[in-house]
Design a protein around this ligand. Structure first.
Ligand code: NAP
Length: 294
């Protein structure tokens, strides 16, 4: 049969905007979800130049897209072009999901939810009562700091190259969860034994990401404790320098692939207004990891 019938006038449109987008795994993830669930939808990656962002969003809305993901560098900029947003987005200032609700664009962020689900699945524990160190104070760090505090962490310590940005993120957290968050400059990582005070360490900087691999946000002389859980939001390479460092001290380590997968699951659920059954998500998770790591 030579006639491709997969896309018709009834097919729902979803997609991704960012720049670059050619290395994204989101099209494979979302189109596989539609196939598995029997939903008539197509997910299209769209590389948008910054000067065209406003027109692109207008066009996507005019074309009747159900919604779209937003990736770098537009996770903050996109908020200028939506009609409303979730409380979390208001606080953290960045979004990765936009939903078209009868012509009104609503921004939300599924990154942090995806991170928590992936972390709990892989670590077998949650954040309640834990001291957590987040390295970085950008959009991802801010969303994570807020959700980790909401999950009952004892302390959320934020360490960043630019200490003023760590102060801003700690301030956001303390506005809601008073006295939980503390800010530090990178130079204090060793001086105040910050690393050893924390049960969970998360890298939310791009340090160590492809193509600049082989570097870590933590100095090679810093010592980890075997019980610490170390999570890198980077998934390319699958094992970062930070993960290698921590592994050599016996720590359990994870990369950001699980976060990528589950943020996608939550975005899809938001657009389609339906829950993806756990067994389907888990089946696809295994296949997705195999595909990315092939
Ligand atoms: P962002 O807003 O640009 O923030 C980047 C952060 O990294 C800032 O705190 C910045 O410090 C710090 N940083 C950048 N280069 C550095 C360097 N050379 N040395 C020390 N610190 C440095 O980025 P983001 O959106 O938060 O993303 C952060 C990381 O998370 C990226 O690697 C991204 O790919 C990853 N991520 C992964 C997922 C996933 O699904 N796995 C989802 C979202 C994000 P300054 O404040 O000093 O500039």
């Amino acid at each position: 049969m030579a006639i491709d019938q997969r896309i018709t006038g009834k097919t729902a449109l979803i997609g991704l905007i960012g720049n670059p987008v050619q290395h994204s795994y989101s099209p494979q993830l979302h189109n596989s979800l539609s196939l598995l669930l029997g939903i008539d939808a197509i997910y299209i990656p769209m590389k948008i130049e910054k000067v065209n962002l406003a027109d692109a969003v207008k066009g996507i809305k005019a074309c009747g897209f159900l919604g779209f993901n937003v990736t770098m560098p537009y996770k903050e900029e996109i908020l200028k072009y939506v009609d409303d947003c979730s409380e979390e987005v208001k606080l953290s200032g960045c979004a990765n999901t936009v939903t078209n609700r009868s012509g009104r664009l609503h921004a939300s962020n599924t990154d942090a939810l995806g991170f928590v689900r992936s972390f709990e699945k892989q670590a077998g524990v949650g954040f309640n009562g834990k001291n957590v160190l987040i390295i970085g104070a950008g959009g991802a760090a801010a969303s994570l700091a807020l959700i980790i505090a909401s999950e009952g962490a004892a302390e959320v310590n934020i360490v960043n190259r630019t200490p003023e940005k760590a102060e801003i993120v700690a301030g956001l957290v303390n506005k809601r969860y008073s006295g939980k968050a503390f800010a530090y400059g990178m130079n204090l990582l060793e001086e105040v034994s910050l690393l050893e005070r924390n049960d969970i360490i998360i890298n939310a900087t791009p340090v160590g990401m492809h193509p600049k691999t082989g570097v870590s946000p933590i100095d090679k002389d810093v010592v980890f404790s075997p019980g610490q859980l170390v999570c890198d939001l980077i998934y390319n390479p699958a094992e970062t320098e930070l993960m290698k460092q921590a592994k050599s001290y016996g720590c359990k380590v994870f990369n950001g692939l699980g976060m990528l997968f589950y943020q996608g699951i939550y975005s899809y659920e938001t657009w389609m207004e339906r829950k993806i059954p756990d067994d389907i998500a888990e089946k696809l998770y295994g296949e997705f990891v195999d595909y990315v790591c092939r």
